[in-house]
Structures are given as structure tokens and as C-alpha cells.
Write a protein of this length. Structure first.
Ligand SMILES: Nc1ncnc2c1ncn2[C@@H]1O[C@H](COP(=O)(O)OP(=O)(O)OP(=O)(O)O)[C@@H](O)[C@H]1O
Ligand code: SF4
Ligand SMILES: [Mg+2]
Length: 350
């Protein structure tokens, strides 16, 4: 998606200091800690991080559709100037789909298998505005056209579509009420690479035409590079780095981002992707200090005691690392598999 000129405009969506926890059998799990981010009108922001880091939780929190064991413990979700967390349930319901919509991770879970697609899209539209039946059908046909599905098929059932087409139908549903923000949760995970490309191309074209802002969740850095102006990197429920995508990928300011970058294919270079060893942190009883410390090859003793703040390095970049200022040196080490094999051996930290 091309760079937008209105990045400095008043944000359409602004998350401030959001904390969310889940009640679990072992205690409350801090799934989101102090999340702040903003989305300018028409902007595309990529949210990356490994499984369990809190990406879907954040999107559900923005939509106001958390499961019953989730609690927002603090912070704000400001949409067009109004805080949805502090406001009424009705205000949040009104913003949902009409203002902020979501393309879910799995079309099979998001669509009702025993109802025709046309009925499901009609229902989404009619909960927000009344419309004569003929206009409604014309609208649904138009939505099918813009996402590239034959409008003759609006009365089909979900199982009659291929995986790629079902995902397009979800995009059609998300755009049905012309929202200004679209949240996309791994919209192409289950699809092959060619279909993935087609869907992202379509999504980019639609964003350029309809001018919605998009928050795109993925665990694939390459998808963000291809599609997003800015990037947010999450680890263990926290934002660890943010900035313009190209700059962050070219010169990360956080060891976790360096680790993610190791999974990217390098053109013309014979390389083996290096995985980040270890497991995600315990969110019920997190260890003190940096949440990445147990897996970070560059951890110092201070990292296991003091939680680093998310500090800006330039007006549009920030990172949460005690060693952010040394990243050029650390980056050269992070490209070597030996560096990651040594994780946990504090005595060897450079
Ligand atoms: N309903 C729930 N109850 C308790 N814990 C939950 C619930 N949903 C998610 N979690 C936990 O919250 C954390 C964040 O989960 P989330 O689904 O947001 O991760 P994600 O980044 O979307 O992962 P993935 O890439 O696998 O989709 C995980 O530790 C997960 O186990
Ligand atoms: S704060 Fe320390 S442990 Fe955390 S990412 Fe930075 S160097 Fe690694
Ligand atoms: Mg998820």
C-alpha cells in the first residue's frame, strides 16, 4: 500500500495504556500490558508477534467483543475522539461494524454454516440501518463485486465456497457499512501463497479506493513489509518496538525484532532461517524485568530486574530495550545461529 500523506492527521483510532487480563484456573493472565498505538485515517499498521503474544486479544478489545473471562483493567480505546471503554455499551455497539469492523482469523468460525451468505451480510447491515430489500440485495452484489466474487453467488452457503472465496466474503462483510477502521486478524493464514497474494492485492486496492485505515495482524514480517506503512511488534502482551516498517526492518531497535528478521528469506543468499529458542513468557506470574530476557541472547543482569520502558528514539520510532542504543553492534551478532544457541548464558552476554 502506498505511503499516505495524512499520517500526521488526527488519529481515527487511538489506544492509550490498555491493560487487559483473562481469568484462568491459575490466576489472572496479563494478556495486554500498557498498549498504546494510534492509527491515522487511511493508514495501514501491521501488528506482528508470535502465537499467544496478544494480537487477537487486542483486536477483540478494540471491537468490544471480549470473552466473559476477560477484563479491561485500564486504558482507553478512543475512536473518533470518544473513549469506547468509558462510554456506554450502546456506543460501542454502534461503532462496531459501522465504524470499526473486523476480518476474523478463520472464515469457517466467523460464518454461520447453515445460513446463506446474503442473509448473514444483510443482518450485519440491518442491525445498523434500515434499507429496502432490493437496495439491500444490490448492495450485497456490489460488495461481492468489489472483493472479486461472482455476485450471482450471494445466496450460496459458506461451504460452497473455496477457502480464498470465503475469506473474500469476510472482507465484503467487514466493508458492508463503510467503516473507517478495518481490523484484519491473519486474514489469509489458512490459504496458499498465491491466493494470499491475490487477497492482499485486493485489500490494498480497496483501501486505496475506500480510504479505510487498517490494522493488519500477522506473524509474518514479510506480509507487513508488503502491506503496511508502519509496524508494531508485540511480545508477551507488550509492545516492544514500533516505527515505519522499512526503517524498523532495515535497522531494528529490539532483539526480538532482530530475531523475527532472521525468518525472512534473503535474496541470493544461501541461508537457514534461525528460530528464536524458548517459549513465550508466563503471563499469570511474569518474571520481573524484561519479558524477553529468558530468550534474549543479549540479556544483561539489569534486564532480569528492571522492565524497560517503551522509549522513543526519533519522533516516529520507539523500542522497549535497555540496549536499544547498541543495536547496530547487536544486529551483526543476531544474524549468527551461535548467538541464539547461547540464550540463557548471561555470563557470555557481549
Ligand atoms: N479466553 C481466554 N481465556 C484465557 N486466556 C486466553 C483467552 N484467549 C486468549 N488467552 C491467552 O491470552 C494470550 C494471548 O492470546 P491471543 O489469542 O490474543 O494471541 P495471538 O497473538 O492472537 O496468537 P495467535 O497468533 O496464535 O492467534 C495467550 O496466552 C492465550 O493463551
Ligand atoms: S531489555 Fe535486555 S533482555 Fe530485554 S530485549 Fe533488551 S537486551 Fe534483551
Ligand atoms: Mg490470534
Amino acid at each position: 500500500m502506498h505511503q499516505r500523506s495524512n499520517i500526521n492527521a488526527e488519529p481515527v483510532l487511538h489506544i492509550k495504556g490498555l491493560d487487559l487480563s483473562y481469568a484462568t484456573a491459575h490466576g489472572r493472565a496479563a494478556a495486554l500490558t500498557n498498549i498504546s498505538l494510534s492509527l491515522a485515517p487511511g493508514e495501514s499498521l501491521g501488528l506482528v508477534g508470535e502465537s499467544g503474544c496478544g494480537k487477537s486479544t487486542l483486536l477483540k478489545a478494540i471491537m468490544g467483543v471480549m470473552p466473559s473471562n476477560a477484563a479491561i483493567e485500564g486504558g482507553q480505546v478512543i475512536f473518533k475522539g470518544a473513549d469506547l471503554v468509558a462510554g456506554s455499551k450502546e456506543a460501542w455497539r454502534k461503532a462496531r461494524w459501522a465504524g470499526i469492523s473486523m476480518i476474523a482469523q478463520s472464515a469457517l468460525n466467523a460464518l454461520n454454516p447453515v445460513r446463506r451468505i446474503s442473509a448473514q451480510i444483510a443482518e450485519a447491515i440491518l442491525t445498523h440501518k434500515s434499507m429496502p430489500k432490493s437496495e439491500l440485495r444490490a448492495r450485497i452484489c456490489h460488495l461481492f463485486e468489489i472483493v472479486g466474487v461472482d455476485p450471482e453467488r450471494i445466496d450460496d452457503y459458506p461451504h460452497q465456497f473455496s477457502g480464498g472465496m470465503r475469506q473474500r466474503v469476510l472482507i465484503a462483510m467487514a466493508l458492508a457499512l463503510e467503516p473507517s477502521v478495518v481490523l484484519a486478524d491473519e486474514p489469509t493464514t489458512a490459504l496458499d501463497v498465491i491466493v494470499q497474494d491475490q487477497i492482499f492485492n485486493r485489500l490494498r486496492a480497496l483501501r486505496d479506493e475506500l480510504d479505510f485505515a487498517i490494522l493488519l495482524v500477522t506473524h509474518d514480517l514479510a506480509v507487513v513489509i508488503e502491506n503496511c506503512d508502519r509496524i508494531v511488534v508485540m511480545y508477551g502482551g507488550m509492545i516492544v518496538e514500533t516505527g515505519p516498517t522499512r526503517e524498523v526492518v532495515r535497522a531494528p531497535s529490539h532483539p526480538y525484532t532482530l530475531g523475527l528478521r532472521n525468518a525472512l528469506p534473503r535474496l541470493g543468499v544461501d541461508y537457514e532461517p534461525i528460530a528464536i529458542p524458548g517459549r513465550p513468557p508466563d503471563l499469570v506470574d511474569p518474571a520481573p524485568g524484561c519479558r524477553f530476557a529468558a530468550r534474549c541472547p543479549f540479556a544483561l543482569p539489569v534486564c532480569r530486574v528492571v522492565t524497560p520502558d517503551l522509549l522513543p528514539s526519533t519522533p516516529d520510532r520507539a523500542a522497549r530495550c535497555h540496549r536499544a542504543g547498541e543495536m547496530e553492534t547487536l544486529a551483526s551478532l543476531a544474524g549468527k545461529v551461535e548467538t541464539w544457541n547461547r540464550v540463557g548464558d548471561l555470563a557470555n552476554a557481549p
